[in-house]
Design a protein around this ligand. Structure first.
Ligand code: NAP
Ligand code: GCO
Length: 267
């Protein structure tokens, strides 16, 4: 068989959570181009409808559902509807996520809890309810969208880093518990990617200059640029396909080299 067929997602049902736009949308469009049927969700019908229009503009007939991934009853109901509409789920990408950038001493407990709920508890909830599909099918792929903050901290992102660090270990634990069912659970750790989530870090200053954090990230990245969701497409298709059937519990960092780089030395 032609080896490249291992990268095909033909005949597979892929659920990318929170994928109306941003990283999830980028990953889902690549999955569709690799042959998968795309399922996504968002918090409101308005966002789902906008997402459906965006997929349509890419020539993709996606299936969109209103579902808060923190709500297990809503997740269960969505999975039941997915089964009716397109069948059992082969590929799950836990992409939905939020961040709150607040110094820890100023962060309210409910804010910390809200970030952990979406970024860590929800991947547990969705994975727990999708894995039975994968066991029935005799195969499955789970990709958790981790972060550089699965490895590093920085000021103001204590909740996010704690959640994404936990998501790295949840990834390894799902690998450990369900690898015997031919389920591979891996993570993708994006670097700094230009999406609405990081827009505040890239805003032009009143004098038209670049945001200090923008300049900081570019100086810390060997690639000397922000990432684009398209940079994640190849790694995601690899981890969703048969080409990665012996890769399990791995976090694949797609960060332009930031994690490998101490930073530009004084000139
Ligand atoms: P984004 O632009 O903020 O999009 C996040 C998506 O998740 C939105 O569609 C949002 O829906 C959805 N969402 C949030 N909470 C949800 C919930 N409770 N239920 C269902 N959907 C929910 O983020 P992004 O930059 O594309 O990031 C996607 C993932 O990558 C996140 O997990 C993020 O932590 C991670 N990540 C991002 C970067 C980066 O630099 N951008 C780097 C590393 C990791 P609404 O629009 O309705 O809120
Ligand atoms: C931040 C950014 C990062 C990125 C990403 C890096 O405020 O530091 O939002 O957290 O989103 O997670 O990998």
């Amino acid at each position: 068989m032609d080896f490249t067929q291992n990268f095909s997602l033909k005949g597979k049902v892929a659920w990318v959570t929170g994928a109306s736009y941003g990283i999830g949308f980028g990953i889902a469009t690549a999955f569709a181009q690799a042959g998968a049927t795309i399922v996504f969700n968002d918090l409101t019908q308005e966002k789902v409808d906008k997402g459906l229009d965006s997929y349509k503009a890419e020539g993709i007939q996606a299936h969109g559902y209103v579902c808060n991934v923190c709500d297990e009853e809503a997740v269960k109901a969505t999975i039941e509807q997915i089964h009716k509409d397109v069948g059992l789920i082969d590929i799950l990408v836990n992409n939905a996520g939020i961040i709150k950038r607040i110094p820890m001493l100023e962060m309210k407990v409910e804010d910390f809890r809200a970030v952990v709920d979406v970024d860590l508890n929800a991947p547990f909830i969705v994975s727990k309810n999708v894995i039975p599909d994968m066991i029935k099918k005799g195969h499955g792929k789970i990709i958790n969208i981790c972060s550089m903050m699965s490895e590093l901290g920085r000021e103001t992102v204590s909740a996010y880093a704690a959640a994404k660090g936990g998501l790295k270990m949840l990834t390894r634990n799902i690998c450990s518990e369900y690898g015997k069912y031919n389920i591979q659970c891996n993570g993708i750790g994006p670097g700094y990617i230009a999406t609405p989530q990081t827009a505040p870090l890239r805003e032009r200053q009143p004098d038209g200059s670049r945001h200090p954090f923008d300049s900081f990230i570019v100086s810390k990245t060997p690639a000397e640029r922000w990432g684009d969701p398209k940079d994640l497409q190849g790694p995601a298709v690899f981890l969703a396909s048969d080409a990665s059937n012996f890769v399990n519990g791995h976090i694949l960092y797609v960060d332009g080299g930031i994690l490998a780089y101490i930073g530009r030395q004084p000139q």
